[in-house]
Ligand binder design. Structure first.
Ligand code: SF4
Ligand code: SF4
Length: 675
C-alpha cells in the first residue's frame, strides 16, 4: 500500500527563509571540464559574490558541499586532505574567486579545527573538511568546541570510508558526534548534501555549536542532480571578548558543560520536528529505519516498504522512531558499518532486526541489502550470494576482482630508500602516504603502519625496547606527514636520546591524495606564493645532530647517507628530496631500455617494483630477461644505476655508468634536465 506523496511529512527542505526552489532553474551556467554545467557566478565587488545565476546540474556530493558552503556565505574553508573528503576544498578553490573565501590546506586537522573556531569567534562562517580518521586528530578541539560555542556557523564535514578504499581503518564517526554532543546531519544524495550544508551553518549559529555533516564514500563521489538555491551574503560580525565562554578554565568549563547538556536536552525535542527526518509510510508489514546512502539502497530493493529516513542522526527523534515502529509489523535497520541506529532503538525498547542480516564492515550495496532481506525471509531467495561471511552474515567480497597489488609509480622517488632499507634488513616503521606501498612486494621494506606520524613514535618505542635482534630501527614518513604529526615524536626521540634513524621522503607534495600543497611548498591551494617551511631546519632546531639531505635518484648517495645515519648513535635524519614524478604534473625524462644481450636475468632491477620493468616473454631463454615498457618509463635512471651488468641504457645519447655492482653506481644522466 503506497502513501500519497503529499502525506509524507517534511518531504521538502527549506534551507532559509528565501532559499526555496525559487530561482533555482536558470539556464546560464558555464561549463566545467567534462562538459557538466555548473553554477555561473560573478564577482560583485566589496568582497561579496552575486550568485544570481543558478543552474540545475549533476554534482558529486563533495562538489555540492563545496558549492553550498560558498552559497551559504562562508568566509573560510579549511581542512587536511584525505580520501574521500579531499575534493570539497579543491572544488571551493576552483570555483570561487580568492577575495571571496579564504581556503587553506592546514598543517593537520586539529590546526584546521582551531583555525575554524578562531574565525567563527570573529563572526565568520567556516567549513572544516576531514576524512574519518582525520577527525580523530581534531578531537581535542572538537570535544570542547560545543562548550565554547560559535559566533559564525561552523560546519565540520566528515567523510567516512566504509570498505577502506583509502584508509587504515573503518571507524563509524556517528559515534563521535554522539560522544561530543554535536548535531549530526547525514545526506543521502547530492541535493541533500547541498541543502544540509547550507542549513548546517544556520543550525550551528542557532544552537551555538559546530555541526557535523557526515557522508560516506558513495555520497561524496556519486553524482546526482542539485538545484542550487539563492546565495546568501557574507555574515558581518566581529570578535568580542567573552572569557567566561571562550576561556575553558575549569571554573568556566563547568557551567559551560551544564549549558551544553541543557542545549542537548532542547535539541532532543527539536529533533522530533526537523524536516531532515521523515516517515514514508507504505506497506505496514515491513518498516525500515535508515539514513545516508543506505536509504537509496532500501528504496531500490524494497520499494513498497515503509521507511523512516533520518537526515539528523544525532540527536535522534526517539518519539517519532517509536511511533514509526508501532505502525509496522516487522522493523529493520539498514545502515553501513556499526549498529548505531539499531542500538539506539534497542535502548528505546523497540524490537528491531539489523546486523544479523546486514554486514558490520565494508560498504553496503543494493546487492548486499537484497541478500540481507532474503536471509530475513522478506524477499524470495534468488541464489544470489555475497562474498565473505562473518557470523553467518553475508558481507562484501574482499577479493571479488582478484588480487591486484598496488605499486609505487614508475620513477617514484620513494623506491630507492626502500630498496636500500630492504638490503640493510632494517626494522622499518612506516606511515600514512603513498610510500606505505613500500610494504608490498617486491620492496617489502616496511614492518609497521599505524596512523599519521606514528612511524617516529613507534620507532622510539622499538628502539627503547631494544629487542630488534640487532637490526637498526628506521622510521619512514613523507614531508606532509612529518609536518602533520611527525614533529612531536621527533622531539621525543631527540629528548629521550633514542637510537634511531628517521627518513623524511620529501617529494614536494601530498601525493597520495592527489598532490595538494603542504607547508613545505612555496605555493598554496590557489597557487599563490607563500613562505615555505624548511624541513631540515626544523630537524636541526629540534636538536638532530646527524642530518643529511640527498637526492633519492642518486642510488649510491642515498645508500651512503642511510648507512651513515644508521651507524650514528642517537637520532639521525635523512631527508630525500626529489619531486613526485606524477604530481602536480608528470615528470618525464628519456625512456630507458634493456640491452637483451647484456642482461643475464639476475632480477635485481625487478626488486625496485617499477611498473615499467616487466618480464620479456618474447624470448625463449631462462632465466627470464627483463624489458622496459617505454610507455610507463619516466626515465628516472635508478634501474640503470643498480643493474650489475650495465645492461640498461637511455634511449637518447646520454649514458649511465654502472661503476659498481648493485646499488652505489655512479650516474651521468640528465637528471637536471627532467621536465
Ligand atoms: S638488473 Fe640488469 S642484468 Fe639483472 S635482470 Fe635487470 S636488466 Fe637484467
Ligand atoms: S628508468 Fe628504470 S626505474 Fe626509472 S622509470 Fe624507467 S624503467 Fe623504471
Amino acid at each position: 500500500m503506497k502513501m500519497a506523496a503529499g502525506t509524507q511529512p517534511g518531504n521538502s527542505l527549506s534551507v532559509s527563509a528565501d532559499a526555496g526552489n525559487n530561482g533555482r532553474d536558470g539556464d546560464d551556467g558555464h561549463k566545467r571540464p567534462g562538459g557538466t554545467p555548473v553554477v555561473a557566478v560573478a564577482p560583485a565587488g566589496n568582497g561579496s559574490i552575486a550568485h544570481s545565476s543558478h543552474k540545475t546540474a549533476l554534482f558529486s556530493g563533495n562538489e555540492a558541499i563545496g558549492l553550498a558552503a560558498w552559497h551559504a556565505g562562508a568566509d573560510m574553508a579549511v581542512g587536511y586532505p584525505g580520501t574521500p573528503s579531499t575534493d570539497v576544498l579543491e572544488y571551493i578553490a576552483e570555483i570561487t574567486p580568492e577575495p571571496d573565501i579564504y581556503v587553506e590546506w592546514s598543517t593537520n586537522e586539529k590546526v584546521a579545527m582551531d583555525v575554524a573556531m578562531g574565525a567563527s569567534l570573529a563572526g565568520k562562517r567556516v567549513i572544516v573538511t576531514t576524512k574519518h580518521v582525520g577527525l580523530n586528530v581534531a578531537m581535542d578541539s572538537l570535544m570542547t568546541s560545543p562548550f565554547i560555542g560559535v559566533n559564525g556557523g561552523v560546519v565540520v564535514f566528515n567523510a567516512d570510508d566504509p570498505g577502506m578504499h583509502s584508509s587504515q581503518n573503518e571507524q563509524d564517526n556517528r559515534y563521535i558526534a554522539r560522544f561530543a554532543g554535536i548535531p549530526l546531519l547525514e545526506p543521502s544524495d547530492s541535493q541533500e548534501a547541498y541543502d544540509f550544508t547550507r542549513v548546517g551553518f544556520g543550525l550551528s549559529e542557532q544552537w551555538d555549536t559546530p555541526v557535523i555533516l557526515r557522508t560516506t564514500t558513495r555520497i561524496s563521489h556519486a553524482l546526482s542532480k542539485v538545484i542550487p538555491a539563492p546565495a546568501e551574503q557574507h555574515r558581518s560580525g566581529e570578535f568580542r571578548r567573552d572569557p567566561r565562554k571562550y576561556v575553558m578554565l575549569p571554573a568556566n568549563a563547568r557551567p559551560r558543560h551544564v549549558a551544553h547538556l541543557e542545549r542537548l536536552s532542547k535539541m532532543e525535542k527539536w529533533a522530533e520536528e526537523v524536516p531532515f527526518n521523515r516517515e514514508e509510510l507504505r506497506s505496514r508489514s515491513i518498516g525500515v529505519v535508515t539514513s545516508g546512502v543506505s536509504y537509496q539502497y532500501v528504496r531500490d530493493v524494497l520499494p513498497d516498504a515503509s521507511v523512516f529516513k533520518l537526515g539528523l542522526t544525532f540527536p535522534l527523534p526517539r518519539e517519532s522512531l517509536t511511533s514509526f515502529a508501532s505502525k509496522v509489523d516487522r522493523l529493520f535497520v539498514v545502515e553501513e558499518l556499526e549498529p548505531y541506529l539499531e542500538e539506539a532503538l534497542r535502548l528505546l525498547g523497540v524490537p528491531v532486526e539489523g546486523k544479523e542480516f546486514f554486514p558490520r564492515y565494508g560498504e553496503l550495496s543494493p546487492h548486499l541489502v537484497r541478500v540481507g532481506f532474503q536471509a530475513a525471509g522478506i524477499l524470495e531467495p534468488s541464489g544470489e550470494t555475497a562474498g565473505e561471511t562473518i557470523g553467518g552474515v553475508a558481507g562484501p567480497s574482499l577479493d571479488s576482482v582478484g588480487p591486484r597489488f598496488p605499486l609505487l609509480c614508475s620513477g617514484c622517488s620513494h623506491a630507492t630508500p626502500f630498496f636500500v632499507l630492504r638490503e640493510l634488513d632494517a626494522v622499518v616503521t612506516g606511515d600514512i602516504g603513498c610510500y606505505t606501498l613500500g610494504a608490498t612486494d617486491p620492496l617489502s621494506a616496511m614492518d609497521t603502519c599505524l596512523s599519521m606520524g606514528s612511524s617516529v613514535g613507534m620507532a622510539v618505542g622499538l628502539a627503547k625496547a631494544g629487542s630488534t635482534g640487532g637490526r637498526p630501527v628506521v622510521a619512514v614518513l613523507g614531508d606532509s606527514t612529518f609536518l602533520h604529526a611527525g614533529i612531536p615524536p621527533l622531539i621525543d626521540a631527540v629528548h629521550r636520546e633514542a637510537n634511531l634513524t628517521v627518513i623524511i621522503l620529501d617529494n614536494g607534495t601530498t601525493a597520495m591524495t592527489g598532490g595538494q600543497p603542504n607547508p613545505a611548498n612555496a605555493v598554496d591551494i590557489r597557487g599563490r606564493s607563500v613562505p615555505k617551511v624548511d624541513i631540515p631546519a626544523i630537524c636541526k632546531a629540534i636538536g638532530v645532530a646527524s642530518l643529511a639531505v640527498v637526492d633519492p635518484y642518486d642510488v649510491g648517495a642515498t645508500r651512503r647517507a642511510i648507512e651513515n645515519a644508521i651507524s650514528k648513535e642517537g637520532v639521525s635524519v635523512v631527508v630525500t628530496v626529489r619531486a613526485c614524478a606524477e604530481s602536480p604534473e608528470k615528470i618525464r625524462g628519456p625512456v630507458y631500455y634493456v640491452d637483451v644481450d647484456g642482461c643475464d636475468g639476475c632480477q635485481l632491477c625487478m626488486n625496485l617494483g617499477c611498473p615499467a620493468l616487466v618480464w620479456d616473454l618474447s624470448l625463449d631463454v631462462m632465466p627470464k630477461r627483463v624489458r622496459i615498457d617505454a610507455s610507463l618509463c619516466s626515465g628516472c635512471t635508478v634501474c640503470a644505476q643498480i643493474c650489475p651488468q650495465g645492461a640498461i641504457f637511455a634511449s637518447s645519447s646520454q649514458s649511465v655508468t654502472a661503476s659498481t655492482a648493485g646499488a652505489g653506481a655512479s650516474v651521468s644522466s640528465n637528471q637536471g634536465e627532467r621536465q
